[in-house]
Design a protein around this ligand. Structure first.
Ligand SMILES: *Cc1c(COP(=O)(O)O)cnc(C)c1O
Length: 446
């Protein structure tokens, strides 16, 4: 990106359609170029010039974590899937490619954890599009204008929203509906704007969504889930409506509410540039807070020193470490996933080495059907090795903060692969579709 000193950089997406024009494309190994071309038929690919030019270290390809985070890699598809697409592409048979792409996408568990069926918001007998309500206090809102991102993460569990599968896209044009729902459910104190990335919206549009919420007394916190702080920090510094965005943040804070940006930071390099640090300073100067969260991923951030560095840099800038997630069972998860025992050891080793101010972080946490379940550790229970687990959030609030056990499994990488250690642990394993998934569970009173 060669921009003159006084011109603020303009956002330019790099996608499947124009990546070949980027000066660095030619320097990529032909196998890597082929992989980008083939894998991006199935999984969405979008990055931008800031990510490519400032965050990726081109002397360290393909290992560079941000290259792995934003460029499709061959290992993200099964060998057979990859070979088939390559053969079809050579034949130039577009219909057959389209059919194969649809089939492969359906094989990638596009909607994990009952998202389509079990988190619906219903008002007056009608399902509201664009709202998901899983936990009592918090509802998620997917503004229809915020359903893309400044760059896509190759691991993203919402990948199916970006590939144009009609009907599978959650969206809502109707902030009115959201307000009606919130008025009907005054126990909802938190609204979490998510997407995509709500921060792709212009300030004026964001205002149209946020202002009406400031009229609802029961809404005490507004959160915005965003990757823009890492992929396009210009949003808060040099974009031509950056000041309007910051003024809006200030108004939310002055209304007596908490405004939290849930910053998706996955690697310390995302906080290494001056503009990324300026973005944090500008946001915090409005009175908004920034909380940091990311999954732990093979090829990207699977060492504890990466997390020590990330949390330490964040805390120095006034950000609050919030969650370390386990990668969900969707999309290219086989490429990224780590055994749970390994996630726990990355977490524990990092946690042991940081200031108490960074120990606000919780994890490693799985957002699974029953709730957010974190791994406390591995223990011996009655002579058996077991995972000790606990819900931080749950559909059934009474499950929260009660330690329970699962049989130890060195290869398990997701909640669904775990088995209760004993009968008394069984209530902690409600499955989607089982009757107990919707009836309050009885667990011990202490
Ligand atoms: C994580 C999450 C929330 C927020 O949970 P907190 O514990 O309040 O951060 C809300 N809804 C869903 C579906 C979530 O996954």
């Amino acid at each position: 990106m060669v921009s003159s000193c006084n011109q603020p950089p303009k956002y330019r997406a790099i996608t499947r359609a124009n990546v070949e024009k980027h000066p660095l494309w030619g320097s990529l190994d032909p196998d890597l170029r082929e992989a980008v071309d083939i894998v991006s038929l199935v999984l969405p690919f979008r990055t931008n010039e800031y990510v490519v030019d400032e965050l990726i270290d081109w002397a360290n390809i393909p290992e560079d974590p941000i290259f792995q985070l934003t460029f499709p890699q061959r290992g993200m598809l099964e060998e057979g899937q990859y070979a088939q697409l390559r053969a079809l592409r050579e034949r130039g048979d577009q219909d057959a490619i389209d059919r194969a792409v649809r089939r492969i996408r359906a094989e990638l568990n596009p909607h994990p954890a009952g998202q389509m069926t079990h988190n619906q918001a219903v008002l007056g007998g009608r399902v509201l599009d664009g709202i998901q309500h899983k936990y009592r206090e918090t509802c998620l809102f997917f503004p229809s204008q915020g359903q893309t991102c400044h760059a896509y993460c190759s691991f993203c569990f919402r990948w199916a929203q970006f590939v144009g599968i009609e009907d599978l896209k959650f969206a809502s044009k109707e902030v009115d509906e959201l307000c009606a729902y919130l008025r009907a459910h005054p126990h909802i104190s938190d609204v979490l704007f998510t997407g995509g990335d709500p921060m792709v919206m212009k300030a004026a549009l964001l205002e149209r969504y946020i202002n009406p919420l400031l009229q609802i007394e029961s809404v005490r916190s507004i959160r915005i889930g965003t990757k823009s702080v890492a992929y396009w920090p210009q949003r808060f510094v040099t974009d031509n409506d950056a000041e309007d965005v910051l003024a809006l943040f200030e108004r939310v804070v002055l209304s007596g509410r908490q405004l939290a940006l849930m910053g998706h930071y996955s690697h310390p390099v995302e906080l290494s540039t001056e503009i990324a640090q300026d973005a944090v300073r500008h946001i915090r100067a409005t009175g908004a807070n920034i909380r940091m969260q990311s999954p732990v991923l093979r090829h990207i951030n699977d060492t504890s020193s990466t997390w020590v560095d990330l949390w330490t840099r964040g805390v120095a800038l006034g950000c609050v470490p919030y969650y370390m997630f386990v990668e969900r069972d969707t999309g290219a998860r086989r490429y990224f996933d780590l055994p749970l025992v390994r996630c726990w050891s990355v977490f524990r080793n990092a946690y042991q080495r940081v200031s108490g101010l960074a120990r606000t972080v919780r994890g490693p946490s799985m957002s699974c059907f029953p709730g957010k379940c974190h791994i406390l550790g591995v223990a011996e229970v009655g002579g058996q090795r077991a995972f000790c687990l606990e819900y931080l959030q749950a559909r059934e609030p009474d499950l929260v903060r009660r330690p329970f056990f699962a049989r130890y499994d060195s290869r398990a990488s997701w909640f669904d692969q775990l088995e209760p250690l004993s009968e008394s642990d069984a209530p902690f394993f409600p499955r989607a579709g089982s009757p107990e998934a919707f009836t309050p569970l009885t667990v011990c009173e202490n």
